[in-house]
Ligand binder design. Sequence first.
Ligand SMILES: *Cc1c(COP(=O)(O)O)cnc(C)c1O
Length: 424
Amino acid sequence: MKREQNFRRAKKVIPGGVNSPARAYSRVDVEPPFIEKGEGPYLYDTAGNRYIDYVNSWGALIFGHAYPAVVEAVRKAAEKGTSFGAPTERETELAKLVREAFPSIEMIRFVNSGTEATMSALRLARGLTGRDLVVKMSGCYHGHGDSFLVEAGSGPATLGRPNSPGVPKVLSRKTITVPYNDGQAVEEAFDRYAGEIAAVILEPAAANMGVVPPIPGYLQKLRDITEAHDSLLIFDEVITGFRVAFGGCQELYEVEADLTCLGKIVGGGLPVGAFGGRAEVMNHLAPAGPVYQAGTLSGNPLATAAGLVTLQALKEKNIYRKLDRRTEFLTTELENFARELQLTLQIQWLPGLFSLFFTESEVTSFEDAKRSDNQLFKKYFEQALSANIYLPPSPFESNFISLAHDDKILRKTLRILKEILNQL
Ligand SMILES: *Cc1c(COP(=O)(O)O)cnc(C)c1O
């Protein structure tokens, strides 16, 4: 079936035709392909097209689609039952693997999505400190929890306002939003609200405004400020965990968080989120402690099976070097080509993810990212889709490379993208 027809039918029974807004392609003028299957680096739609996929389920897939070890593990697990709502050995095994990757995590709790992970981590931080305020950064995304759907108030370091109807105003006033990569702004927030801030939460390398790495010293500064104020530092590594390195940004930048949120890759493509930290912190969670958090399907056998084989496979030697080298190859080639053409284009990347900003200078904040030329992006996106390259449909979403994207796939992608850039 053609995508227009599919989308029309879907919109009759699902709001906007999708179960998560980004899938609706609102920022571009095309209708979203409906997917029939995935295989390695490819997606196949219901109209018979095969795309090279640079979304990879928004970063959840690091080995590509239908990775045989994951499929086999899920099949085997399913044969023995899909949910028990009771403890299993595999949950302990997965917890131990995560702990190996992240030295700052002694204990971890599994949930069903990144949203649940950040919401629960924040509740834990509030419960532990007895404080209500949280500091977040504009341009970072932490899922759709009420405390995160908040925009900055007027003036620096002021209390926030809802950025979605349905978020209580009183709750939005508990969130302070400051610019990303601005340690001074966080300091000001702590000066102003001394003793009231439970936690600072951020993507240690931002990937939801395009790829925006932390400037040197930024993460350490946040570490120092939060420590000085007995406040918790929460790293949302839902994207970066197990992607930029086995131990995420904490391995890459050598700064440790008090609480780490995980999602996407940790579930091997099944619905999983997790949050973890030191035992003394995590033991405040029910039933060990007073902070309530629960989930009927949390730690379910299919999800833990997929997560476990994925993390085991990621422990193989040199796997992150490979991912790093491939991302570097693709982005450097594109960058050189853009320079030859004198295109206004910034390419920013970390191992396994990258983004293109159609703007003059390096992007270090959401303000910078918003200067990117949306018209150019739209053209680039639409032409790529016509040429069967499946890119994220927004300049603020990152492109993801999987280990199924071998040199041949990357070279083919380059050939097509260069042609498109040449015609922009
Ligand atoms: C995707 C994402 C989330 C939310 O995860 P869901 O599984 O979509 O709820 C949270 N934080 C970051 C950094 C993300 O990229």
